[in-house]
Ligand binder design. Structure first.
Ligand code: ADP
Ligand code: MG
Length: 251
């Protein structure tokens, strides 16, 4: 199968003032096929977010090659990079990053307004609503983020990441702020999306969460120290059913 993402000998060095250099990545080579679901794990400071930000074209590497669908990302101009970030790759973060003064639906409409597809407002609204349905939150369309639980806010962020139907979803500690029940709900949505064929690369430092993916990549000090398939990924939907009722309370 053709790789969607291929990185070769990626390095990232952050310079702080003139004296300090932090080598966040020290030569990482990886390849991700369509339809995969990988967890990037490792201690805090091991370079996980740095790598995800490079994969998401949010930040360039200091050295090395990044091929996205066989195209060299280093050659993309600003416009092309913006298009990748808006439509080809979806991003979700630990802190949801929703606009607080707009409704769930309006948050999801934003990427559609920026993609210059010439869509009419009615079509934009319909697509945003469909994305909200996909994450099981259609009944909260008019709520503002402050009126939603953490898990619901992350679902809105997920719908926003999906609304332009990207082939790749990148997630940086998406369950980092969520309790265990809500974590299972979000992981169950991730698994459904992956079943539909979307490539997911997720940073997490929780081993429990890694068990829901198909592949675990472990980093230490800016290098990959382990890369192995998950023999039998745990199905989050089944784990949810088996939860004792007392832990099923909403946060
Ligand atoms: P992780 O996500 O695994 O916790 P990061 O990729 O955030 O790790 O960070 C890797 C290393 O790079 C850390 O030592 C961190 O302090 C450093 N780092 C990350 N971002 C920056 C930045 N913008 N400027 C300087 N140093 C940074
Ligand atoms: Mg991080």
């Amino acid at each position: 199968m053709a790789a969607v993402i291929e990185i070769h000998d990626l390095h990232k060095t952050y310079h702080i003032g003139r004296e300090m250099a932090v080598h966040a990545l020290r030569g990482v080579s990886l390849s991700f096929d369509a339809g995969g679901f990988a967890a990037i794990m490792g201690a805090s400071g091991s370079g996980k977010s740095t790598m995800l930000n490079i994969l998401g074209c949010l930040d360039p590497p200091s050295q090395g090659r990044y091929l996205l669908n066989d195209a060299d990302v280093a050659r993309f101009d600003h416009e092309r990079l913006a298009a990748v970030r808006n439509s080809e790759i979806g991003f979700v973060f630990q802190s949801f990053n929703l606009l607080s003064r707009t409704t769930a639906l309006e948050n999801i409409e934003l990427p559609l307004m920026y993609n210059r597809s010439g869509l009419r407002m009615r079509e934009i609204r319909a697509r945003a609503m469909a994305a909200l349905e996909r994450v099981g939150l259609a009944d909260r369309a008019d709520h503002h983020p402050s009126q939603l639980s953490g898990g619901q806010q992350q679902r809105v962020a997920l719908a926003r990441a999906l609304v332009n139907e990207p082939a790749v979803l990148l997630a940086d500690e998406p369950t980092g702020n969520l309790d265990s029940h809500t974590t299972l709900e979000i992981m169950s949505v991730f698994q459904e999306l992956n079943d539909q064929g979307i490539l997911i690369i997720m940073v997490t430092h929780e081993p429990d969460v890694g068990a829901f993916t198909r592949r675990i990549i472990e980093m230490r000090d800016g290098r990959v120290i382990r890369d192995a398939p998950v023999a039998r990924p745990v199905r989050a939907a089944e784990a949810l059913e088996n939860l004792p009722p007392e832990s099923a309370a909403a946060p």
